[in-house]
Write a protein that binds this ligand. Structure first.
Ligand SMILES: Nc1ncnc2c1ncn2[C@@H]1O[C@H](COP(=O)(O)OP(=O)(O)OP(=O)(O)O)[C@@H](O)[C@H]1O
Ligand SMILES: [Mg+2]
Length: 371
């Protein structure tokens, strides 16, 4: 470390180049999602929003990273044989998790470079992770964050961060219930007094809905479609419930590969058949919500019946998702503002708002604890 750097370190520590809550202006919040990664800084809000994708060149030994984020996603399904575009967090498999580490470091480095951080490295990094990840996976993420130069790393359960980002009163002695439907996991949680009271992490979410559409195309139309086409169908035509805004006869043209002829083919699909093929997966989510409610202590359950359940994550944007849940569980359902950003906005509030100081204290990741 240079003499100049040491002086800067000293200044930051002794003279307090900190914001009002005592966290450093170089602090970062990260939502490391299975589909999207978002990063915010303590004072500038969300500064990075990219797909959680890495493309790697397998012709080198060991394999090397070609692109991360948007550029890597555009390669999915379109790569030559030695380049692979992977989504390292898809199923939380540990072999892919190594690439998750690399991806996280690249994103953090990018933000640090773009923001011209005072000393070239972050102070604290708060990372939201699915509550269902294993200890090994938590360690991999915690270590990757330290390796990017952070002094303190906090690993926060995704539903806690999402609830804070959705402005729910998690610090109060009242029940707040959140359902975060992401790409890989649906996190269902009841929170009170800054803690998770009941929680359930289902490994079915938006990715599974895409898979349902791909399976349906094969079974009903004898056509193979890629993951991105399936997602387009879900977003354009998908719905969870027959609401007034949804016209069941709406159609869309879909291109894929005819499985009989092996040639490209175009078919037409309609709203109703897509809703039907999503039904079973959506009911798994409904059952998860019911189970969490059943396990919730009665006082908190009464709060939830009064205040309703808040939906976050990209799955909250599926048309009629709120109506389906409202009908099935008989509790008011509210979709959060900007559901795709709730987790990262929660990490931003954790960094900036002294209300959550106790959460920051109890969620610090200590790599020595595992040594
Ligand atoms: N308008 C929409 N309708 C339906 N689904 C949508 C819509 N917009 C986004 N999605 C879905 O939301 C999912 C991504 O949401 P999000 O960014 O919250 O996930 P994530 O945080 O990366 O995943 P996880 O929380 O499981 O780690 C994708 O499956 C995407 O298809
Ligand atoms: Mg998420």
């Amino acid at each position: 470390m240079s003499f100049f750097q040491s002086i800067l370190d000293l200044l930051e520590g002794k003279l307090g180049l900190f914001n009002f809550s005592g966290t450093s202006l170089n602090d970062l919040g990260v939502d490391l999602g299975t589909v999207n990664t978002l990063v915010c800084t303590a004072n500038k809000g969300v500064v990075l929003r990219e797909p959680s994708v890495v493309s790697i060149d397998t012709s080198t030994k060991p394999s090397t990273v070609v692109e991360v984020g948007l550029a890597a996603r555009d390669m999915i399904g379109r790569t030559p044989s030695h380049i692979k575009a992977i989504r390292p967090l898809r199923e939380g498999v540990i072999a892919e998790f190594e690439w998750a580490e690399v991806m996280l470091r690249r994103f953090i480095d990018k933000v640090i470079g773009d923001q011209g951080f005072f000393q070239g490295h972050p102070g604290r990094i708060v990372i939201g992770l699915p509550s269902g990840v294993t200890e090994v996976e938590r360690r991999a993420v915690g270590d990757a964050a330290y390796a990017s130069g952070a002094r303190i790393v906090n690993l926060i359960d995704e539903p806690m961060a999402a609830a804070i980002g959705a402005n729910m009163p998690v610090e109060k002695p009242t029940g707040s219930m959140i359902v975060d439907i992401g790409g890989g996991t649906t996190e269902i949680a009841v929170l009170s007094l800054n803690g998770l009271v009941v929680t359930k992490s289902l490994r079915v979410a938006g990715d599974q809905l895409n898979q349902n559409i791909q399976d349906h195309m094969k079974a009903k139309h004898n056509i193979a479609i890629g993951e991105r086409t399936a997602e387009e169908i879900k977003i354009q035509l998908g719905s969870a419930f027959p609401t007034d805004d949804v016209d069941d006869t709406d159609e869309m043209e879909v291109r894929g590969l005819n499985l009989e002829t092996g040639l490209p083919d175009t078919i037409t699909v309609n709203t109703l058949e897509i809703r039907e093929c999503l039904h079973d997966t959506l009911m798994e989510m409904v059952v998860g919500v019911k189970e969490v409610l059943e396990e919730t202590p009665p006082e908190l359950a009464a709060d939830i019946v009064d205040r309703g359940i808040v939906l976050t994550g990209g799955g909250a944007l599926l048309s009629g998702m709120d109506e389906l849940l409202a009908k099935e569980v008989d509790v008011p359902i509210h979709i959060a503002n900007d559901p795709l950003s709730c987790v990262v906005l929660g990490t931003e509030k954790l960094l900036n708002d002294p209300t959550y100081a106790s959460i920051l204290k109890t969620t610090e990741y200590d790599p020595r604890a595992y040594a």
